[in-house]
Design a protein around this ligand. Structure first.
Ligand SMILES: Nc1nc2c([nH]c(=O)n2[C@H]2C[C@H](O)[C@@H](COP(=O)(O)OP(=O)(O)OP(=O)(O)O)O2)c(=O)[nH]1
Length: 137
């Protein structure tokens, strides 16, 4: 059996909005929207991978808040796990430094205005649990 590799995705929340990121590569994913993040490295804690990826990809200083229950299959051998996250005080605003060519802050009522990667849709839907990303907040 093939080992699963965890990809951590950040539901970065700020002022009741979620940060969505448009992938610029590889070609089969480019133009679709995702949760910023990436692969957990060997021996790395997923929460540490999340903080590292957000620094590399967006130039921000962020912290994980809570695991979003669930795990979503990506292209094998990858699986997606999601944490809500927030910017630490004094962090720079997110910039599309790596892997992305556009960022957008979405309120819950605008969540479906971007074409998410198909495999991300169930994870994004899970964010609408009232305790995580309340619609109407
Ligand atoms: N970060 C992220 N990757 C996702 C999502 N959905 C999805 O299918 N993927 C895929 C794209 C990639 O095949 C894989 C993660 O790759 P990545 O390119 O973001 O990770 P990384 O920064 O660690 O990559 P690398 O270039 O260092 O290998 O998971 C998502 O919501 N966020």
């Amino acid at each position: 059996m093939t080992e699963r590799i965890v990809v951590v995705g950040a539901a970065l929340l700020d002022a009741g909005r979620l940060l969505a990121a448009r992938r610029s590569a590889p070609p089969e994913l480019a133009g679709r929207w995702e949760l910023p993040g990436g692969k957990v490295e060997a021996g790395e804690r997923p929460e540490d991978a999340l903080v590292r990826e957000l620094r590399e990809e967006l130039g921000v200083d962020a912290e994980p808040v809570a695991r979003v229950p669930g795990e979503w299959p990506l292209k094998p051998p990858y699986v997606l796990r999601v944490w809500t996250a927030r910017l630490r005080p004094g962090s720079r605003a997110p910039q599309p430094l790596e892997d992305h060519d556009e960022l957008r802050w979405l309120t819950p009522d605008r969540l479906w205005e971007v074409p998410w990667l198909d495999q991300d849709v169930p994870a994004v839907r899970a964010l609408l649990a009232p305790s995580l990303f309340p619609a109407g907040s």
